[in-house]
Design a protein around this ligand. Structure first.
Ligand code: SAM
Length: 292
């Protein structure tokens, strides 16, 4: 791969998925894209770049998908799900007692382990949610991972990662070597393709947003832009949950961390955020990206 081809791919990925690669990640590109090029009958990365430049839709999608990292597992990091059960849901149940409906968005839900973990937590709450309307929307950039999430079929290895055995027995059915999530749990989740770089206002507002382990791949301006737009999709008393290596601190005042609840954030009153223009400064630069 020539330096020009590498620079082209870096920019292409940043524009199309937000992926921010440093100047020394040629090996990553080669390990992910060479197999793709070979499968497409191309001689190497140079040919692939030419196809991208020619605007081939299939190649564009394949390259973007091949460069995403889809690592996930059931109840990943455990603590966010403890917070969901012990802090978030009790508060939301109290606050929504009159309307008895809850909307949850799992942004970048990958192959489905995260939204299904949330669905299992909700099922385990039993009577507390009887008669409630619960919507879980799981989105991801990658169509390939969404197909797997929709099917809800996992290997023995995947169900052994993080899923307690009682939950496996209760919510999954074994078919040969694989395990499928039961239809009731599958019906709780709507899976949709969505690129976080694009406008997501059409999803409506949510009580809880899980957006974990995806912003780590983006640069600072992109993170700020996404936080600011997430703040518009969350109820004033809602919760944002980020991954262990992610934070709003130092980036935006649209959310504030909840003390002693690592990874949990509350939206700030927009007047508080507006009163601190220093951190909002990067937002206008990103407006074009979100089509604003
Ligand atoms: C490392 S996984 C995290 C999955 C899950 N949230 C978790 O924490 O286990 C990151 C996911 O983000 C998705 N992704 C990457 N860029 C994205 C974008 N611009 N918009 C939406 N999803 C994106 C990838 O396809 C991948 O499935």
């Amino acid at each position: 791969m020539t330096p020009t081809e590498y620079e082209y791919l870096r920019k292409f990925l940043k524009d199309n998925s937000g992926l921010d690669l440093s100047a020394d990640k040629q090996y990553l590109i080669e390990s992910r894209l060479l197999p793709l090029a070979r499968k497409a009958g191309l001689s190497g990365i140079g040919d692939l770049v030419q196809k991208l430049q020619g605007g081939s839709r299939t190649v564009i999608t394949d390259v973007v998908e091949a460069m995403t990292t889809n690592e996930t597992f059931f109840f990943r990091d455990k603590v966010p799900f403890d917070h969901f059960r012990d802090t978030i849901m009790p508060e939301i149940i109290k606050a929504r007692a009159a309307r008895r409906s809850i909307r949850i968005w799992c942004a970048a839900g990958s192959t489905g382990q995260e939204p299904y973990s949330l669905a299992m937590c909700l099922k385990e709450m039993g009577a507390a949610l009887t008669g409630w309307r619960i919507e879980i929307i799981a989105t991801d950039l990658s169509q390939e991972v969404l197909e797997k999430a929709k099917a809800g079929i996992y290997s023995q290895f995947e169900v052994q990662r993080g899923l307690p055995i009682q939950m496996l027995m209760k919510y999954f059915k074994q078919t040969g070597e694989t395990w499928q999530v039961n239809p009731e749990l599958r019906a709780m989740i709507q899976h949709r393709q969505l690129n976080l770089l694009h406008d997501f206002a059409q999803l409506g507002t949510f009580d809880v947003i899980f957006c974990r382990n995806v912003l780590i791949y983006f640069d600072q301006d992109t993170k700020i832009n996404i936080f600011n737009r997430l703040a518009r999709q969350i109820e004033p008393d809602g919760f944002l949950v980020l991954g262990a290596a992610e934070t709003v601190v130092g980036l935006t005042d649209t959310f504030r961390p909840i003390p002693e609840r690592r990874g949990l954030y509350k939206p700030n009153d927009p007047r508080v955020a507006a009163a601190k223009p220093a951190l909002a400064g990067a937002a206008p630069r990103m407006a074009a990206m979100a089509g604003r």
